[in-house]
Design a protein around this ligand. Structure first.
Ligand code: ATP
Length: 551
C-alpha cells in the first residue's frame, strides 16, 4: 500500500493505493481518500492499515462478531413461524399433530435443498438417474416389501406421566419413559402406515396405503429404469418425494412428522463384487466421527478417524459404505453445515431392519441430542428378490463386466429426510450479532432469496427506477426481492434474518456512475459494483466461484 498525491485544478489530494494483479498485469487500485494535506494523509493511512490488520487478525484467529447461537427446538419453531418458514398446518382450526405447512420463505428453502440434493446426486454424476413414483401404489408392493408384516412399532404409555411414544419390539423389555423414567404399559403392535380408499365403493379390495418410504417403486420399476437409462453396474436410482407415517407421537417440530419428504438412493452393484469399490475409499483421509456398534456396547465415546484408518481397522467393513458416508457428509459440509455437529453411528445387532446386513446412520447434534438424520443401509438383494418371487417377473440384468445375468444387490441406500435436513441448515445458520439481531448464515446456494434490491430513498424516482430495473433483470434468474419501505438499516436487518446473502442499494452516485452498492450479509462489508456487472458477479458469488472480499 502506498500514498499518492494528485493535483487537481491546482489543489493537492492524497489517496491510499494498492498494487493488485489482474489478468496477469499489475495494476494500482485506490483504496481510500486520505485528505488534502500530507500530515493528514499519513495519519489516515496509518489508521487504515491498522484497521485492515485487525480485520486480517480476526480472520486468522476465527474471532467473529457474528456467532452461531444455540437455540431450542421450540425457539426454532417460533422463529420459523414468525419469519414465514413453517407454520402448524391450518392453525386457525387448531392444527393437526405431525403436519406442517411451509410458508413463503420456507417453501423456497425446502425447494432449494431438494434441488441442491438432486444436482449433486443425479445431474453431477454419470451413474445415477432419478424417478418420481406414485404416492399410492398397488398394496401388494407393501405386502411384498415386508412393510405390512414387519414395519411395526409398539405403542407405549408411561404409567406415571402418560407420555405416549413408540419403541422397538426388541427394546420393549428394558425401555422406560423417555421423559420421566417411569414404567411403561404396552398398547400393542401398531402398523404406522396410513390407509385410504381407492374408488367410490368401500371394500377390502379398494384399500390402499400412503407410501411410508419412497424406495419401493425403485425396485418394482427396476428393469424398466435400467433398460431406459441404459445403466451399467454399479449404478444408482434416486427419488425425492413425500412419505407418510402414522407416528404414535409426532414431536420436536419437523423432526418427527406424519407427512414428510425423503431423498433416497438405491445403489446397486454386482453381489460378487462387494469388496470392489472403484472410488478409492481405502486411501481417503476424510475425517469421520465414528460411533461403532462396539463402542456403543462398551459405553465408549465416539472417535474421530480417517476413512483409511476405519477401513484398515475393519470398523467400517465395506469401502462402499465409507464412500457413501463421505459422499453424504460432504454434501452437507459443502452447503455450510458444521462438521462438528455430525457423527456416524452403526446400528447394533438388535436395531437392524429386517432387510439390512449393515446400517450406518448419519447423526446430527440436534438441540434434543444426537439423533438420526440419514440412514445408510446395506439392503442386499432383499427387495428385488422379494418382488421377483411375488410378481414372477425376473429382476435380473446383464452385468457387462462379468458377462453374466445377475440379481444386483443394494450395497447402500442413503435415505435422508428433507425436514430434518431443513432443521440442520437452519440450526447451523442461526447466528446473532453483538446487538442480538438474528443473522441467518445460509449458504447462498440454498438461501430462499438470493438478493434484495433497494433504492436508498423511495422519494427519488430515478433511484427507484434504477433499482427496479436491477430487480427485474435479476429475477429472470433467481428469487430476488425489491424493498423500499423503512430505513435502510431495517431493510438490511429484515433480510439478514431470512438469510438473504446480498443486498444491492442504488444511491445518488448510481445515476452518474451507473453503479450500486452490494453488501455482504455475514460481514456487513459493502462494495461498489457496476450495474452491468451485477448479474454475472451475483452468479459467481452464489456458486462460490468468487469470494465477496475479492470483489
Ligand atoms: P426414526 O428411527 O427416527 O423413526 P427411521 O429409522 O424410521 O427413523 P428411516 O426409515 O431410515 O427412518 O427413514 C429415513 C430418513 O427419513 C430418516 O433418517 C429421517 O431423516 C426421515 N424420517 C423418517 N421418519 C421421519 C418422520 N416421522 N419425520 C420426519 N422425517 C423422518
Amino acid at each position: 500500500m502506498f500514498i499518492v498525491k494528485k493535483e487537481i485544478k491546482g489543489k493537492d489530494y492524497y489517496y491510499l493505493r494498492e498494487s493488485i494483479r489482474e489478468d496477469g498485469k499489475v495494476k494500482a487500485k485506490t483504496i481510500a481518500y486520505l485528505g488534502k494535506t500530507k500530515k493528514e494523509a499519513e495519519k489516515k493511512a496509518k489508521e487504515f492499515k491498522q484497521k485492515i490488520e485487525e480485520g486480517n487478525m480476526e480472520e486468522k484467529t476465527g474471532k467473529k462478531t457474528i456467532e452461531n447461537k444455540k437455540i431450542t427446538i421450540d425457539e426454532l419453531a417460533n422463529f420459523c413461524k414468525r419469519k414465514g418458514f413453517v407454520y402448524p398446518t391450518a392453525e386457525i382450526y387448531g392444527g393437526l399433530a405431525g403436519f406442517w405447512d411451509f410458508g413463503p420463505i420456507g417453501s423456497e428453502l425446502k425447494k432449494n435443498i431438494k434441488d441442491a440434493w438432486w444436482k449433486y446426486h443425479v445431474h453431477a454424476r454419470d451413474d445415477i438417474v432419478g424417478i418420481d413414483g406414485a404416492i399410492i401404489t398397488n398394496p401388494k408392493v407393501w405386502e411384498t416389501s415386508g412393510h405390512v408384516e414387519n414395519f411395526t412399532d409398539v405403542a407405549v404409555v408411561c404409567k406415571k406421566c402418560k407420555n405416549k411414544f413408540k419403541v422397538d419390539e426388541s427394546e420393549l423389555k428394558d425401555a422406560v419413559c423417555d421423559k420421566c423414567g417411569g414404567e411403561l404399559e404396552s398398547k400393542g403392535k401398531f402398523v404406522p402406515m396410513f390407509t385410504t380408499q381407492v374408488g367410490p365403493i368401500e371394500e377390502d379390495s379398494s384399500m390402499a396405503y400412503l407410501r411410508p418410504e419412497t424406495a419401493q417403486l425403485i425396485f418394482t420399476d427396476f428393469k424398466l429404469i435400467q433398460d431406459n437409462a441404459r445403466l451399467k453396474l454399479p449404478f444408482g436410482i434416486a427419488q425425492i418425494g413425500k412419505s407418510f407415517r402414522n407416528e404414535i407421537a409426532p414431536r420436536n417440530f419437523l423432526f418427527r412428522s406424519r407427512e414428510f419428504e425423503q431423498m433416497e438412493i438405491e445403489y446397486f452393484i454386482n453381489p460378487d463384487k462387494k469388496e470392489d469399490c472403484p472410488k478409492d475409499a481405502q486411501i481417503d483421509n476424510f475425517e469421520l466421527n465414528i460411533y461403532s456398534a462396539e463402542m456403543q456396547e462398551k459405553n465408549q465415546e465416539s472417535e474421530k478417524m480417517t476413512i483409511k484408518k476405519a477401513l484398515n481397522k475393519k470398523i467400517i467393513a465395506l469401502p462402499w459404505h465409507a464412500y457413501w458416508l463421505k459422499t453424504e457428509l460432504s454434501w452437507f459440509y459443502e452447503l455450510g453445515a458444521n462438521p462438528e455437529n455430525f457423527r456416524i453411528r452403526q446400528h447394533t445387532k438388535n436395531e437392524k431392519s429386517h432387510y439390512s446386513t449393515d446400517t450406518w446412520d448419519i447423526e446430527y447434534k440436534f438441540p434434543i441430542g444426537w439423533k438420526e438424520l440419514q440412514g445408510i443401509a446395506d439392503r442386499g438383494t432383499y427387495d428385488l428378490n422379494a418382488h421377483q418371487e411375488k410378481s414372477q417377473k425376473s429382476m435380473e440384468i446383464m452385468d457387462d463386466a462379468s458377462g453374466e445375468k445377475i440379481l444386483p444387490t443394494v450395497v447402500a441406500e442413503p435415505s435422508l429426510g428433507v425436514e430434518r435436513t431443513f432443521m440442520v441448515f437452519m440450526l447451523d445458520a442461526y447466528s446473532t450479532n453483538e446487538k442480538e439481531e438474528v443473522i441467518l448464515k445460509l449458504n447462498p446456494k440454498i438461501a430462499p432469496i438470493k438478493a434484495a434490491i433497494f433504492p436508498l430513498v423511495k422519494k427519488d424516482k430515478k433511484l427507484v427506477e434504477i433499482a427496479k430495473n436491477i430487480y427485474k433483470n435479476l429475477r429472470e434468474e433467481w428469487n430476488v426481492l425489491y424493498d423500499q419501505s423503512g430505513s435502510i438499516g431495517r431493510r438490511y436487518a429484515r433480510n439478514d434474518e431470512i438469510g438473504t446473502p446480498f443486498c444491492i442499494t442504488t444511491d445518488e452516485d448510481s445515476i452518474k456512475n451507473k453503479d450500486a452498492t452490494i453488501r455482504n450479509r455475514d460481514t456487513g462489508e459493502q462494495k461498489r459494483i457496476k450495474i452491468s456487472e451485477i448479474k454475472d458477479t451475483l452468479r459467481k458469488l452464489i456458486s462460490g466461484e468468487i469470494e465477496f472480499k475479492n470483489l
